[in-house]
Structure formats: C-alpha cells, structure tokens
Design a protein around this ligand. Sequence first.
Ligand code: SF4
Ligand code: SF4
Length: 82
Amino acid sequence: MCYSILRHFLCVGGKEMTKVAYKIVINQDWCKACGICIALCASKVFAANDQGKAMVVNEEACNNCKSCILHCPDFCIEEKEL
Ligand code: SF4
Ligand code: SF4
C-alpha cells in the first residue's frame, strides 16, 4: 500500500476545534497503471513504479483536493482517517 498523510482542521463556529489526519491509500492490486492520477495531481504526490503503477512519493505535498480519488477509473484510491 502507498499512502499519503493529510492533515485537516475541522472548524466549528469559525474556530479550529479538531485536528484530523488522513492518508491516501492506493490499491496496488487494482491499479492498471493508466497514469491518470499521476498526470492529474498538480502537487506531484504520485510517481510510477517500475510496473507503471502509481505510488506515493511526495506525501506532504497533498492538499486533499480529491482529484485523484474522483478520477481513478478503477477506484483504486481512497482517503482513510488515521
Ligand atoms: S488512476 Fe487509478 S488505475 Fe490509474 S494509475 Fe492511478 S491508481 Fe492506477
Ligand atoms: S488529493 Fe489531490 S493533491 Fe492529494 S494526491 Fe490526490 S490529486 Fe494529489
């Protein structure tokens, strides 16, 4: 599994209340190495491994835009709360 740690802040009444950590997880068994997520991620979080499958290489750059999750045609990518 590849993962990226994301940190978000939940705001209640305009005040930061809770810090929540997430990770981006790629199901390598389902990945067909299409490269869509690598091309779409403006933050360059992903790179291709030697099989062309996506892997996380720059986890701290993730801004939680969810573009990769929404566009992966094989539903390989998900966000999991830590
Ligand atoms: S978009 Fe999905 S199937 Fe395509 S390379 Fe990324 S994780 Fe793999
Ligand atoms: S959520 Fe956005 S910034 Fe994070 S890995 Fe996916 S496309 Fe890149």
